[in-house]
Design a protein around this ligand. Structure first.
Ligand SMILES: Nc1ncnc2c1ncn2[C@@H]1O[C@H](COP(=O)(O)OP(=O)(O)O)[C@@H](O)[C@H]1O
Ligand SMILES: [Mg+2]
Length: 348
């Protein structure tokens, strides 16, 4: 480590609607759900990240209620916008705090690149910036999610060549065509991982008279989620636990991927439509590039079984899934940090 690096600290943060990742010294040092648990009576922040997630949906739990009667879990970036400013700022500050870099013997000059959903407004950007400043950041740049995803995938975003990125996160699916260091067309819809979970909750209620929570729906999605009804590699059926709507008693129902593919069908179709719309708005020269390069999928939603196949058959284009799609955006944000002055598209 050179002398400079003692005084100059740099971190990259992917502030996702579902997960936030921090890269420091080229390493992922934090990978936590974007969730804050707060005591509504005292205003005290009880936990962020995984520990807060554990409390999510269980805040009625008597164990957690002893002594702190009013814990609420909040996802401040729900839906791809900053739904709760104050909590978003707590989240950002705690994430920076968790890296321990501000504890060194003298306050370093902290440089940061933060990746934000492309739907957030200028006012929301300012809130993000303020939180980073309060946590000690001196030089701050922001980058839009599809741009960071493209860089993380390894695309030369400065080249005069069009690439289409479909980043499916928790709150939003962002579709963008990138060329010459800019986003030439984009589309953001609020249909992504969270919507898939809601679809599964509704499906279990309608088809099986069973009430389940979103965290159980998430487990179902990971175990047997699918975008198509015929998978080459079929996942094992999943025993889903919940409450019977008629008797009120806990029960177990085994679900298979075929039924879940029906549950998710409408939402997947909405993503397909958004991809087709974006393609139809793409300037012809860039469309020609995309024809050759295909479409790149990133974000956790890229891991939904059969999604690549389905988008490929709808668009008649090749579809590639990013390596480690959950971290593609963070990787790209880390690379942007290294090109802090070179990448003119970073937002000041
Ligand atoms: N194997 C998987 N199959 C389907 N969805 C997944 C899988 N793994 C993660 N996800 C979903 O990906 C979403 C999180 O993706 P991420 O890119 O981290 O989102 P964000 O950028 O919004 O924080 C969650 O909704 C999660 O359920
Ligand atoms: Mg993301």
């Amino acid at each position: 480590m050179g002398l400079l690096s003692i005084f100059n600290k740099e971190i990259a943060m992917d502030l996702g609607t579902a997960n936030s990742i921090v890269i420091y010294n080229d390493q992922v040092v934090i990978d936590e759900p974007s969730i804050v648990a707060v005591d509504r009576t005292t205003g005290e922040i009880k936990a962020v990240g995984r520990v807060a997630l554990e409390m999510d949906g269980k805040t009625g739990n008597p164990e957690l209620r002893t002594g702190n009667t009013n814990i609420e879990t909040i996802r401040p970036l729900k839906g791809g916008v900053i739904a709760d400013y104050e909590m978003a700022q707590h989240l950002i500050r705690k994430l920076i705090g968790m890296t321990n870099i501000s504890r060194s013997f003298m306050p370093p000059s902290l440089r940061m690149v933060i990746c934000i959903p492309s739907g957030i407004t200028n006012v929301e950007q300012r809130a993000v910036r303020e939180a980073a400043e309060q946590a000690g950041a001196k030089e701050i740049r922001m980058i839009h999610e599809p741009m960071a995803a493209a860089i993380g995938i390894g695309i030369d975003v400065l080249a005069p060549c069009g690439h289409m990125i479909v980043d499916i996160g928790g709150g939003t699916a962002e579709i963008a065509v990138i060329s010459l260091g800019g986003i030439s067309c984009n589309n953001s819809i609020r249909v992504a991982g969270d919507q898939f979970n809601d679809d599964i909750v509704n499906f279990m209620r309608q088809q099986h008279n069973m009430v389940i929570g979103v965290r159980t729906a998430e487990k179902v999605k990971l175990a047997v989620g699918s975008a198509i009804t015929e998978l080459a590699e079929e996942p094992e059926d999943f025993p889903c636990l919940g409450r019977d709507m008629l008797t009120g008693l806990p029960k177990e129902i085994t679900v298979n991927y075929k039924e879940i593919s029906h549950a998710l069908d409408k939402s997947v179709a909405r993503i397909e439509t958004a991809v087709l719309e974006t393609l139809s708005q793409t300037p012809p020269e860039l469309a020609a590039d995309i024809y050759q390069n295909g479409i790149y999928l990133a974000g956790g939603g890229a891991l939904l079984r059969g999604l690549d196949e389905r988008i490929a058959s709808k668009t008649k284009l090749k579809v590639h899934i990013a390596d480690d799609p959950l971290r593609a955006v963070a990787r790209g944000t880390g690379i942007a940090l290294k090109n802090f002055t070179r990448y003119a598209f970073l937002i000041k």
